[in-house]
Design a protein. Structure first.
Length: 153
């Protein structure tokens, strides 16, 4: 498995590495059973090329965990919520979907994408994405059927 993003010098020297074990990555579903990540990608008009890069990162995380691609997962941003750092090529947006471990079964061996965000000028858009992700996680805890394993591209 190949990681396209090389970690920065600071990331290589960072002693606080986030361990994320291999396992399925699910997406949160709205009450209408719509995948929030796919809807977000469509709403933001993310290109097919960048969606493929995103899917490749998810595949890498599922097969090899965080050690295969250092610098992919940052956080926690807020309690239980992390962000994926999906870099775009020149002219592409910087995708920062929010993710959590589990929250069911072996929490270290599966995870759920909870909400999409983009980083612009060092700030998340929407700014409330981490807190929305927390709410989606809480919803998921009370209704485990609100997630599904979907391809994103």
């Amino acid at each position: 498995m190949l990681c396209l993003d090389q970690p920065s010098r600071a990331a290589r020297n960072n002693t606080r590495v986030i361990e994320w074990l291999p396992g399925p990555v699910y997406s949160f579903l709205t009450a209408r059973r719509e995948n929030v990540i796919i809807a977000w990608l469509e709403r933001e008009r993310v290109s097919k090329e960048q969606r493929a890069i995103f899917q490749q990162k998810v595949d890498t995380l599922e097969r090899g965990g965080s050690t295969v691609c250092p610098g992919l997962i940052f956080g926690p941003i807020v309690k239980e919520i992390y962000k994926l750092k999906i870099k775009g090529n020149k002219g592409m947006v910087q995708l920062r979907p929010m993710i959590c471990r589990g929250p069911f079964g072996d929490k270290k061996a599966n995870s759920t994408l909870l909400v999409g965000a983009i980083e612009r000028g060092g700030h998340l858009d929407p700014a409330g994405a981490p807190w929305e992700a927390q709410l989606n996680r809480e919803t998921l805890l009370s209704d485990w059927t609100r997630r599904r394993h979907d391809r994103l591209s």
